[in-house]
Design a protein around this ligand. Structure first.
Ligand SMILES: NC(=O)C1=CN([C@@H]2O[C@H](COP(=O)(O)OP(=O)(O)OC[C@H]3O[C@@H](n4cnc5c(N)ncnc54)[C@H](O)[C@@H]3O)[C@@H](O)[C@H]2O)C=CC1
Ligand SMILES: O=C([O-])CC(=O)C(=O)O
Length: 340
């Protein structure tokens, strides 16, 4: 029995039935790092989804309060709270999808790679819990540096003999959300109609927006291409500096994370034609074993990798430029798991 139900004495008449019925149209989603800057608003958005029957929240601090608060919202999603490592099992058992925003955020002057020292161990610990307790769940990694934490997670799953590359995703949706916004604003377009693929990784120059593939078709001058690409690549830093030491993007990330989770859940429940970019195991760029590209999502995760499509000369240069950095980040994640 999870501590939230035990300690808070909150009873839901139908809890047992909700938690034990067949999982079709009845998904359990676990949020690890649920009490953090991203975890709280992300959980709020997830609590509103009819796709989710059970929202299991795990953090090392403050989880009971966040769960009690969310549980008062009159939607049918049951919220449970789990703190401390032994309770990770209850949080993860029978999960269909796990989303991981646990880990420290940047302060001004730091790169995402500077977070590796702290976040690599946190992600390794949580990924180990997922591999042991819910090896078939979709795993969505938000914790930075995504370019390294995704390889760490994949290696943990391999070590446990449960690796399925179609189900492990680095969440890069915020890059797409930003690209759509910045292009719509600069070209005076309806943002709801704009769709820009963003490929590569999730840090600085490894973020490569494919503005030549913008929908609707948009013409950009060379100056606009450079300005927009640089802004999309540095948008995380823009927020870190604006927050001046109080963390990095949380609200826009919660929005982007919820969008990605809903896309995966809808595809898992059989809806067709759902596509998102994500950082996954890949053969698209031979030098890079992980890479983000647009993916068709299906019941079992990645149904098809759409690859890069036709690149402009500007984007070809961007791709060449990102390979050494992204390769280093990926290698660091793989090595961490082998030697730490
Ligand atoms: N993928 C992306 O596009 C983005 C990623 N991020 C990353 O997301 C991560 C979280 O950011 P914030 O929520 O702003 O940070 P935060 O510090 O506000 O929240 C992190 C939460 O993780 C929890 N935590 C730490 N160790 C844990 C463990 N072992 N098990 C469970 N929970 C643990 C903390 O208690 C805290 O509540 C950072 O690494 C940040 O860089 C942030 C924005 C965008
Ligand atoms: O910039 C950061 O550290 C957080 C992040 O990944 C983003 O906002 O894209």
């Amino acid at each position: 029995m999870c501590t939230f139900i035990r300690r808070m004495r909150i009873s839901h008449l139908n809890t047992a039935r909700w938690l034990s019925t067949s999982r079709t149209n009845n998904m359990k989603v676990s949020v690890l790092g649920a009490a953090g800057g991203i975890g709280q608003p992300l959980s709020l958005l997830l609590k509103q989804s009819p796709l989710i029957s059970h929202l299991a929240l795990y953090d090392i601090v403050n989880t009971p309060g966040v769960a009690a608060d969310l549980s008062h919202i009159n939607t049918s999603t049951i919220v449970t709270s789990h703190t401390e490592s032994p309770e990770l099992y209850h949080c993860l058992k029978d999960a269909d999808l796990v989303v991981i925003p646990a880990g420290v955020p940047r302060k001004p002057g730091m790169t995402r790679d500077d977070l590796f020292t702290t976040n690599a161990s946190i992600v390794k610990h949580l990924a180990t819990g997922c591999a042991e307790h819910c090896p078939n769940a979709f795993i969505c990694i938000i914790a930075n540096p995504v370019n390294s934490t995704v390889p760490i997670t994949a290696e943990v799953f391999k070590d446990n003999g449960v690796y399925n590359p179609k189900k492990i995703f680095g969440v890069t949706t915020l890059d797409i959300v930003r690209a759509n916004t910045f292009v719509a604003v600069s070209k005076d377009l309806d943002v709801n109609q704009v769709s820009i693929p963003v490929v590569g990784g999730h840090a600085g120059v490894t973020i490569l927006p494919l503005l030549s593939q913008a929908k609707p078709t948009v013409n950009f001058s060379n100056e606009e291409l450079t300005t927009l690409t640089t802004r999309i690549q540095n948008a995380g830093t823009e927020v870190v500096e604006a927050k001046a030491g109080q963390g990095s993007a949380t609200l826009s990330m919660a929005y982007a994370g919820a969008r990605f989770v809903f896309s995966l859940l809808r595809a898992a429940q059989g809806e067709r034609g759902i596509s998102e970019c994500a950082f996954v195991e890949s053969t698209v760029v031979p030098e890079l074993p992980y890479f983000s590209t647009p993916l068709l999502l299906g019941k079992e995760g990645i149904a098809q990798n759409f690859g890069l499509g036709k690149l402009s000369d500007f984007e070809k240069k961007g791709l060449e430029a990102l390979i050494p950095e992204l390769s280093k980040n990926i290698e660091k994640g793989i090595r961490f798991n082998k030697f730490e």
